[in-house]
Design a protein around this ligand. Structure first.
Ligand code: LAN
Length: 657
């Protein structure tokens, strides 16, 4: 029996070496001239129709072939029941996205008689009407004259005039939420609506089954379709909304004007400091919508915003154009590609690493934004973004992964990153740590978790404040552990930060030994990060936390050697088996077990064998179900992961033999 296992093991090992060699060649092929890896970052279905709505209301038609490719994408996402889901692989339709996509298709010139359009319309009618769309859907429809501002929960621009000491000040929100509600406040305060035209009149008929003129708008604020109601509006939210609605009957004119001017200043500031990219796809569109409604005064801002939106559009290999969740995931993907290549210990790909080093160096953020405090911005200098320096918002874990790569590459490649900039990234990571010992995404947590009771989005969970996360905490703990030796002058502070980070990670472990991930699906991801963080900090493999984590992972391996979690895991917050073995999740589980020095070699051998069996002849791995997620409900594509993580896991496995 023993010899049998050994024999099979050598066999897989041989396969693994070959698989790694092929995977390296594949990665090299996919690196771009700038040294980064750029991958498909699509998935969410609410982004593209928002862009189309902007194009229509601002009278800036989308040219060919982009128009046709967008239509292809929207139809491709249609589910068998005629609906569109919140994201490309949703298991149910959403009124929010189905309404918006319906409108988008019609605005792109599709006929109401097209069979696919008709099926979408039927689904909408069967499930109510856009009166049941989640709030962001209603909001976009308002700008098109396809919903009425009276049916929207007040989003008062005056909130931006409050002193920061107010516990629910917008400056305390999670930056993504803040940057979405900022242009929304301006649009709401001005009740901006495009001029009615024939298509809009027709769409009112189509969407509301001829009942448009009968709607009593102020009664529809809380109406929401069952499928869009992941986070129901709280009672607290509804009473605040009632009070604000009374104010909206008679807003103080001078105050409103001042508030709108203040919102606009913040919007233009965000455009400026991000080179018009804006923090994410939603405010990139909405800020541009704002400028389009400012008329000639906003013309230049509009032009720049409109042009930059192209950065968010992605042509996929199947002839469609989608809108991505960020301007790209370049920096993030590149840091993992580098770590995976380094794990192979090869010197053959030094050219690839040299180019990656350039990219990482050139995309570190070297300046703080001007006038940061007045715009609720944390320091930036020394940080790394998720995409590119031009985007400019640094993120805790991107900084940590960037820093880890910088250290790993600095002895081998020039020109080096100046030491003071590396030290700055350490200071920045230290400055980001929360009171609970964890790290959030872009900023420290600025308000209490009670703020979630005011979440108006209905379809997203946990968007109100920047929470500490397992992944961000682990990444920072790993980076700081490596920073200890490099910056002894900071070692006291670093040591304390690591201890508190470790305490946070321990406290977040679940009873079953796992950790829940927030930004990818889900327990394999969270547990991989947590184990790495703890081990980097010096926790030993015999530590009960590590042993329990390994037992958890080992217990989830499937008969074919793989691991697989369904995307709904994040929504349900409970392990849900995926349909078929997933190479990326398998890689995370393997990497976690190996980092924990897990002793059952047979489990790892079966996993390695699964990965090699799944590899394509060109060294790549085929597309699988979406593995990224945000705000619990929305899946997103990290397409490069499938080319990076399996190779990384196999390389570590080969080395551990
Ligand atoms: C991202 C992309 C990067 C991601 C990681 C760095 C990978 C993660 O470890 C921390 C969280 C972060 C920064 C993240 C947060 C949520 C984002 C910004 C996104 C998933 C990309 C798109 C998403 C954004 C919120 C989409 C717009 C929707 C809203 C609810 C505002």
């Amino acid at each position: 029996m023993q010899t049998h296992v050994v024999a099979r093991s050598t066999e897989v090992l041989g396969d693994a070496s070959l698989a790694i060699a092929r995977a390296l060649a594949n990665l090299e092929k996919r690196q771009d001239a700038g040294g980064s890896w750029r991958g498909d970052y699509g998935g969410p279905m609410f982004l593209l129709p928002m862009f189309v709505a902007l194009s229509y209301s601002s009278k800036r038609p989308i040219g060919e072939p982009q128009r046709a490719r967008i239509i292809t994408y929207l139809y491709r996402a249609q589910r068998v029941d005629g609906s569109i889901g919140l994201h490309a692989e949703a298991t149910v339709g959403s009124m929010f996205t189905t309404s918006l996509v319906y409108v988008a298709l019609r605005m792109l010139g599709e006929s109401q008689d097209d069979d696919r359009v008709a099926r979408m319309r039927t689904w909408i009618a069967r499930n109510g009407s856009p009166l049941g769309a989640a709030s962001w859907g209603k909001f976009v429809l308002c700008t098109l004259g396809l919903y009425d501002w009276r049916g929207i929960h007040p989003t008062p621009p005056e909130s931006w005039l409050l002193p920061y000491s107010v516990p629910f000040h917008p400056g305390r929100l999670w930056c993504h939420c803040r940057q979405v509600y900022l242009p929304m406040a301006w649009l709401y305060g001005t009740r901006s609506t495009m001029r009615e035209d024939d298509l809009v009149r027709q769409l009112r008929d189509e969407l509301y089954s001829g009942q448009w003129h009968r709607v009593d708008w102020s009664r529809e604020k809380d109406t929401v379709a069952e499928v869009d109601n992941y986070r129901p509006l709280s009672r607290a939210f509804k009473s605040v909304s009632r009070a604000l609605s009374r104010y909206e009957n008679r807003p103080i004119k001078r105050l409103r004007e001042r508030a709108l001017a203040s919102c606009l200043e913040h919007i233009r500031y965000e455009d400026r400091v991000t080179h018009d990219i804006d923090i994410g796809p939603v405010n990139a569109v909405l800020n541009t919508v704002v400028h389009s409604f400012r008329g000639t005064e906003g013309a230049d801002d509009f032009e720049r915003g409109w042009k930059r939106l192209q950065d968010y559009l992605w042509d996929d290999e199947l002839g469609a154009t989608k809108m991505q969740g960020y301007n790209s995931s370049q920096l993030w993907d590149t840091t993992f590609a580098v770590q995976a290549i380094l794990a192979t210990r090869t010197r053959t790909y030094d050219g690839v690493l040299q180019r990656a080093h350039h990219f990482i160096r050139d995309n570190q953020i070297t300046e703080d934004v001007p006038d940061a405090d007045a715009h609720y911005r944390h320091a930036s200098r020394g940080g790394w973004p998720f995409s590119t320096r031009a985007h400019g918002w640094p993120i805790t874990d991107c900084t940590a992964e960037g820093f880890k790569c910088a250290l790993a590459l600095e002895a081998r490649f020039t020109p080096e990153i100046p030491t003071d900039l590396l030290r700055e990234s350490v200071s920045l990571m230290l400055s980001w740590q929360n009171r609970d010992g964890g790290w959030a995404t872009y900023e420290r947590t600025r308000a209490g978790a009670w703020m979630e009771a005011l979440n108006p989005s209905q379809v997203f969970g946990d968007i109100m404040i920047d929470y500490s996360h397992v992944e961000c905490t682990s990444a920072c703990v790993q980076a700081l552990s490596e920073a200890r030796a490099r910056f002894p002058e900071l070692s006291d502070r670093i040591e304390r930060a690591i201890d508190r980070g470790v305490a946070f990670l321990r406290q977040r472990q679940r009873a079953d030994g796992s950790w829940e991930g927030a930004w990818a699906v889900c327990f394999t991801y969270g547990t991989w990060f947590a184990i790495h963080g703890l081990m980097a900090a010096g926790v030993t493999p015999r530590d009960p936390a590590i042993e329990r984590a390994c037992a958890f992972l080992a217990g989830k391996q499937r008969a074919d050697g793989s691991w697989s979690e369904h995307g709904d895991t994040c929504k349900r917050r409970q392990w849900t088996d995926g349909e078929r073995g997933h190479v990326v999740q398998t890689s995370w589980a393997m990497l976690a077990l190996m980092r924990a020095e897990y002793k059952d070699g047979e489990i790892l051998r079966r996993a390695a064998s699964f990965l090699t069996r799944r590899q394509e002849a060109d060294g790549s791995w085929a597309r699988e179900s979406l593995v990224g997620v945000f705000n619990r409900t929305c899946l997103i594509d990290y397409d490069n992961y499938r080319h990076i993580f399996p190779m990384w896991a196999l390389a570590e496995w080969e080395r551990s033999r």
